[in-house]
Design a protein around this ligand. Structure first.
Ligand code: ADP
Ligand code: MG
Length: 353
């Protein structure tokens, strides 16, 4: 529609801006839980429990034994762009935490009902905090708790009609995506015990994922996927350049998984689970050259100097820009070709079985 007069430009009301932006940080259930798990990891937790009610639809809770939140932070905890991890833009260059944008808790407050229970080592008791949708602290009371933090979100998306309907319709699908994402965090988190439970309407609680907090990727793979899966994998270690390498595990030729494409494929940059479409495509393409009937399991971490990659591309930080992605792809192609394209690697699935 073309306006007849030049319309007046005015600021969008603050609360509405907040709701518009919050929906970009928290896209769905998996991204909501991911933010909380990352916060727990950033807080140095060695034990993290994710407790879902009705597959996350009714509520989800992340319980950690990290450093806790000090009382001086209670009022600013859920304010947009308030963070303890980054103060100035140049800090991004040397960032080692998952979070840095100070948007997760403020977004979750805007999109659901948020409460926090926390205690640091300096406090004799814990505090239970309730926030309203604008991130304002509305109630505070003392409670009993060990050192650490519990964040609870109820009724996610209840005030975003389309998203809420989508969530109801796709509850199981989002739950599946969440478990896969938690697998990624469970794989890379060394020395962190991770448990996820789901409680259904009839108060039946089941453990859906559990790791022991082992110190190695190998142990985490065995715990999550079993020793027989691990035995089908081949370690991968490629040097790209000074300070830049690719490491992980990949299906041996002919011993892939018959599951869907993308299932059990995990990509990380400096230990951060991310999407790397070009790397993913390359791995699958080269694997298919030696085994057209299965998909590879792939668990790959790309290590680059923190200044050589940019994770601040999308609010959910799943996308990464590299300063030299071509070198990574080039070395990876050559390395994978050696594994998959050598003549003895040309298996058919039947020969292997
Ligand atoms: P960011 O992680 O980008 O800093 P968040 O909104 O996720 O932003 O969190 C805001 C701040 O709250 C964090 O910087 C951190 O200081 C604190 N915080 C959040 N979750 C926890 C937690 N589980 N344990 C300790 N501190 C936390
Ligand atoms: Mg965060």
């Amino acid at each position: 529609k073309i306006p007849s007069d030049s319309p007046i430009i005015r600021p969008i009301n603050k609360g509405s801006v907040h709701r518009i932006c919050a929906g970009q940080v928290i896209l769905d259930l998996p991204s909501a839980v991911k933010e909380l798990v990352e916060n727990s990891l950033d807080a140095g937790a060695t034990s993290i429990e994710i407790a879902l009610r009705d597959y996350g639809k009714e509520s989800f809770q992340v319980i950690d034994n990290g450093c806790g939140i000090s009382p001086s932070n209670f009022k600013v905890l859920t304010l947009k762009h308030h963070t303890s991890k980054l103060a100035d833009f140049p800090d991004l260059q040397s960032l080692t935490t998952f979070g840095f944008r100070g948007e997760a808790l403020s977004s979750l407050a805007a999109l659901g009902s948020l409460t926090v229970e926390t205690r640091t080592k300096n406090e004799p008791v814990a505090t239970h905090l309730s926030y309203d949708q604008s991130g304002l602290l509305v109630a505070e009371k003392k409670t009993a708790r060990q050192i650490g933090t519990t964040v609870t979100v109820k009724n996610l998306f209840s005030n975003l009609p389309v998203r809420s309907k989508e969530f109801s319709r796709n509850t199981r699908k989002e739950y599946g995506k969440l478990i896969s994402l938690l697998n990624a965090y469970a794989l890379v988190s060394k020395g962190v015990r991770l448990v996820c439970t789901n409680t259904t309407g009839k108060n039946v609680k089941s453990v859906v994922l559990k790791t022991q907090g082992s110190g190695s990727l190998k142990d985490n793979i065995i715990t999550l996927f079993g020793i027989s899966t691990f035995n089908c994998l081949e370690p991968l270690s490629l040097c790209i350049s000074d300070g830049c390498k690719v490491e992980g595990f990949l299906s041996k030729p002919g011993q892939g998984s018959g599951r869907n494409l993308g299932d059990r494929q995990f990509f990380f940059v400096n230990g951060r689970p991310v999407d790397m479409p070009k790397v993913t495509k390359l791995v699958n393409e080269l694997y298919r050259g030696s085994n057209s009937q299965q998909h590879p399991i792939a668990i790959m971490n790309v290590t680059v100097p923190t200044g050589a990659c940019d994770v601040n591309v999308t609010p959910d930080k799943r996308k990464v820009f590299f300063s030299d992605e071509n070198s990574i792809l080039h070395v990876l192609r050559e390395g994978l070709q050696q594994i998959y394209s050598s003549s003895n690697a040309r298996f058919s699935v039947n020969e292997v079985e």
